[in-house]
Design a protein around this ligand. Sequence first.
Ligand SMILES: NC(=O)c1ccc[n+]([C@@H]2O[C@H](COP(=O)([O-])OP(=O)(O)OC[C@H]3O[C@@H](n4cnc5c(N)ncnc54)[C@H](O)[C@@H]3O)[C@@H](O)[C@H]2O)c1
Length: 436
Amino acid sequence: MTNNVSHGPGNEARAIGLVGCGGMGLRHLYGLKALQNVAGKLPNGGIPARLLAVCDTNQENAQFIANNAEQMLGWRPLTYLNQAAMLANHPEITEVDITTGSESHHTLVIEALQSGRNVLVEKPLAATVRGCNLALEAATRSGKLLAVAENVRRDPLNRLVKALVQDGAIGKPYLIVDYIATGGDSILLTPWRHKKETGGILLDVGVHSADLMRFFLGDIVRVSGITRLLEKERYPSRDKAVVSEHFYKKWLPDLPDKVESTADDLLVGHFQFASGATGQWTIMQAAHADKRNMRLIYGSKGALELPPDRSGGPLVLRRDDQEQPVTGQALLDYAPSYRLDPLTVALFGEKKPVNYRLSFEEIDQKLVAIELFDFFQAVAGGHAPEVDGFEGRKAVALVYSFFESSLLNRSVTLAEIEQDREAPFQQAVNDLLGIK
Ligand SMILES: NC(=O)c1ccc[n+]([C@@H]2O[C@H](COP(=O)([O-])OP(=O)(O)OC[C@H]3O[C@@H](n4cnc5c(N)ncnc54)[C@H](O)[C@@H]3O)[C@@H](O)[C@H]2O)c1
């Protein structure tokens, strides 16, 4: 059985191998399932895609995902303990989808590209900028496609925000404020997120905001910031700390009683866009009692208040010339360029959604479906995916620029961080991971 996941002339069947059978591996299955569900609504047939094999260093996890795949997709992939064995046994695999923790991304990406496969890797592209650069070099050498699974920007409401900004709804953008305070002393889904050698929790959650802020307002050129480790011990969550916890039900009971954190959990910074706009960013993953998040974009004529990620709304526009906040359908008057691709329309059931009421799980699988589809289309069409390796590196470099600024006690340029000219903080991570 195959999943018809794409459309377009001359498309060949894609054969996929999944690497990493934890929470995100499961979410990619849901994404494939969501694609299967809407395939009939897409024009011009599709690209048949079959999940041929899965692998995980933890055999039980590989079996778990294979069982779920059988139930959801109607086909049981074969299971392996590592990527090399999976690829050696399946020369017919054309695409590799990597959903392991970030510390293994660079190694697995390079191995898959060198074996002649196209690669989609979960964000972050790698645990350090140097890891990203090695992955990018491997992509160039192999001539294969490298895409990063960055899902948040695919939310229709973020497409609407982008259109509102571009179409001048707030005038000239002045300032973006991105603020999240959560976490307390809870373990965020998995112990590895609190270990420095993975890039830690700030990289894990920060790359989403980094990508979005660039998506909305363009390149960032200079940053200044402070990072700190506040909670040195973390414990299984006593409340529902993370919206995606549902996908981790299988593993949450096995969390250790305590995790020694080595990764920073506070980032406070400000930065400058190439356009001249500025930004203010706080990621507080050690916030007790008072948990909140907000994302605002201010301009010369008004301001946008964005909803929490993957929530469906509301998105609010306030303008000097309007007494009442603009929301709902009225937003469309200020975003004439707002357009969605056929898959997003099929998944959300509307040409121009301005809000929607769906569970986090439903939203998540749609956004993963869109990024998978974008990857398959890029391979089939021989063009770049929306978030390629260079975009993925920019998000990683932006987060690390705050770590480096904090350690160097000065502002840093994105150019020096992206080119790996200044990396005293990351050097420790590179050493831990053996990245040279
Ligand atoms: N886009 C999003 O919204 C989002 C959300 C959560 C996680 N992620 C990303 O997905 C990735 C995985 O996160 P997760 O929460 O699923 O972690 P996880 O720990 O639940 O799953 C990782 C799996 O990879 C396996 N693994 C580790 N090293 C491996 C290797 N070398 N070969 C094969 N298998 C290996 C582990 O055994 C585990 O089963 C991370 O990069 C994370 O940042 C993205």
